[in-house]
Design a protein around this ligand. Structure first.
Ligand code: AMP
Ligand code: MG
Length: 192
């Protein structure tokens, strides 16, 4: 069958996204532990860059920087993560900034990471609002339930755009209350 002799495009990264408070980090840490996977947290690499430049005191300060500044830190983080080899990337489809939704995977990030799959971790809008209210470790935004719904909806649209540009597959993993193990297994099914 001739068409099967076509060279496959080199495998790219698995990108896991989800809005703040969806429980993405919890689910990914569980998945990494279960299968000995390496995770690169995009926000942590950005924070290293921002801190070194004296631009942010906490990771939650970064989304309030001027968009152009966020994008230059983002570009540097993408280059560093691309150099890490085979990792699963914990990041955001969009970052909610005072100037609007900033793409987490603009062209220069897509080029560096070459995503094979983009996972959207989602949960109920009310569930996310409650999780944020209960998380004292972060300066999470106090969004209304409607604003949380809007952010999750924007992320689906941006994921479709990223897929159109790269050919990446897109899937949704639900992280419902008390169902971290289910969400972890759903992510592992995509990763392996
Ligand atoms: P997180 O710990 O995943 O919530 O990430 C912390 C912060 O890093 C976010 O609030 C953003 O300011 C920033 N960040 C993470 N991923 C990206 C990205 N792909 N593009 C731009 N900023 C990002
Ligand atoms: Mg996180």
């Amino acid at each position: 069958m001739k068409w099967l002799s076509v060279q496959p495009i080199a495998m790219g990264a698995i990108i896991v996204t989800g809005i703040p408070g969806v429980g993405k980090t919890t689910v990914m840490e569980a998945a990494a532990k279960a299968r000995n996977l390496r995770i690169a947290v995009f926000g942590s690499v950005m924070f290293e860059v921002a801190q070194a430049e004296g631009l942010a005191k906490s990771r939650d300060d970064m989304r309030r920087l001027a968009p152009e500044v966020q994008k230059s830190i983002q570009r540097e983080a993408a280059i560093r993560i691309a150099a890490m080899g085979k990792v699963i990337v914990d990041t955001h489809c969009t970052v909610k900034t005072p100037k609007g939704y900033l793409p987490g995977l603009p062209a220069w990030v897509l080029e560096a990471l070459k995503p094979a799959t983009i996972v959207l971790v989602e949960a109920g809008n009310e569930e996310i609002a409650k999780r944020r209210a209960n998380d004292a470790t972060r300066k999470r935004d106090e969004d209304s339930v409607a604003a949380i719904a809007e952010h999750q909806e924007y992320n689906r649209r941006f994921a479709a755009a990223y897929a159109t540009l790269t050919g990446a597959t897109v899937c949704t993993v639900r992280n419902a209350d008390g169902k971290v193990e289910q969400a972890m297994n759903d992510i592992l099914a995509v990763v392996s």
